[in-house]
Design a binder for this molecule. Structure first.
Ligand SMILES: [Zn+2]
Length: 229
């Protein structure tokens, strides 16, 4: 009955591909097959010393860093992330997380990860948006890989997220000491995969990683859906 109603609605309001706005068929949630095939994947998880790892080298100690696809201005990943962050569409985050999970599955990049940890939003920002987009991405990755999520231990104590126009140095200053760990033992001896939507300057991830690395014998890897370069 529910399907019948959905099909009826679909006659008048068909589901459209988020990227190309063409009509989707029933087997295509959010993104059509053509657009999926064309996503500009990096496959950095298969390349130790990739560009992202070079970018973070010397800033923080890490095991591995990767992103699913290139973030190109006006490109498909930009459209998908915009839909996830500003169009009240958490489902597309889980869906893209599942794609990331399929991409990473079976690789050494995730073989000894203990927890997926989303970059936290400040409580106020999460209330405004209704969800944390990085947590939705984690849910998709977890569904495919079986790796558990820890969404409790790393928290954002300062809300600095409206200052998007500052230069890199100012932003870096702003993200010092904005995160906190609620339980030092939770991450002790663990290999954490920190998850974000996009890597741009890397300053937020750097700040998160520094906080996590204060826990004893903790190791960090980083993964995002998109990377600017
Ligand atoms: Zn499409």
């Amino acid at each position: 009955m529910k399907n019948l109603f959905r099909n009826f609605l679909n006659l008048f309001f068909p589901d459209l591909c988020v990227v190309c706005k063409q009509r989707l068929n029933d087997a295509e949630p959010y993104i059509c097959t053509e657009c999926l095939v064309l996503l500009p994947k990096t496959n950095f998880h298969l390349q130790p010393d990739n560009r992202l790892e070079e970018f973070f080298a010397g800033r923080i100690p890490f095991r591995r860093i990767s992103a699913y696809a290139y973030f190109i201005k006006g490109g498909s990943i930009q459209t998908i992330i915009h839909e996830l962050k500003y169009k009240n569409n958490p489902g597309i985050g889980v869906f893209i997380g599942e794609l990331c999970g399929e991409n990473l599955k079976g690789s050494t990049f995730i073989s000894d990860i203990d927890f997926l940890v989303p970059v936290p939003l400040h409580r106020k920002r999460e209330r405004q948006r209704g969800y944390n987009q990085s947590l939705e991405i984690c849910k998709g990755i977890s569904r495919i890989t079986g790796i558990p999520i820890d969404n409790e231990t790393l928290i954002r104590k300062v809300n600095n997220q409206s200052q998007t126009k500052n230069k890199r140095f100012d932003r870096w200053k702003n993200v010092e000491d904005i995160f906190d760990i609620t339980d030092d033992n939770a991450f002790k001896g663990k290999h954490i995969l920190l998850i974000d939507d996009i890597i741009t300057t890397g300053s937020t991830l750097e700040s998160c990683a520094k906080e996590i690395l204060k826990c004893k014998d903790t190791e960090i890897s980083i993964f995002a859906v998109g990377t600017a370069g």
